[in-house]
Design a protein around this ligand. Structure first.
Ligand SMILES: [Zn+2]
Length: 101
């Protein structure tokens, strides 16, 4: 079954147990099985701006954080900052909040 990735991850089948949390309008995180660190999806302006046929996965892009240190799960705190090369979105997750860098 293909997933309409123009819809937010909360609407995708298979992620019902991931505990998806909306960090900002464009950033979710959730917890995948067998992963200690959270997995992030962001609404990527780079991908969202591509012509429809070139889109790989709609505007939502997923990225793991296995290289990051999980300082605290609740509230979520990761170090160092997260940087997504696709669009240059860069910020810290501290105290359960997204802090733009
Ligand atoms: Zn991006």
């Amino acid at each position: 079954m293909s997933v309409d990735r123009s819809r937010p991850p909360t609407d995708w089948p298979g992620l019902e147990t991931a505990g998806l949390t909306l960090l900002t309008d464009g950033i979710f995180y959730g917890w995948l099985e067998h992963e200690t660190n959270p997995f992030f999806w962001h609404w990527c302006p780079t991908y969202a701006g591509l012509p429809e046929k070139k889109k790989v996965s709609g505007g939502w892009v997923g990225a793991g954080t296995s290289a990051h240190t999980l300082v605290s799960r609740e509230p979520l705190h990761l170090e160092p900052s997260l940087l997504w090369q696709c669009c240059g979105t860069h910020g810290f997750v501290r105290g359960g909040e997204w802090i733009p860098a």
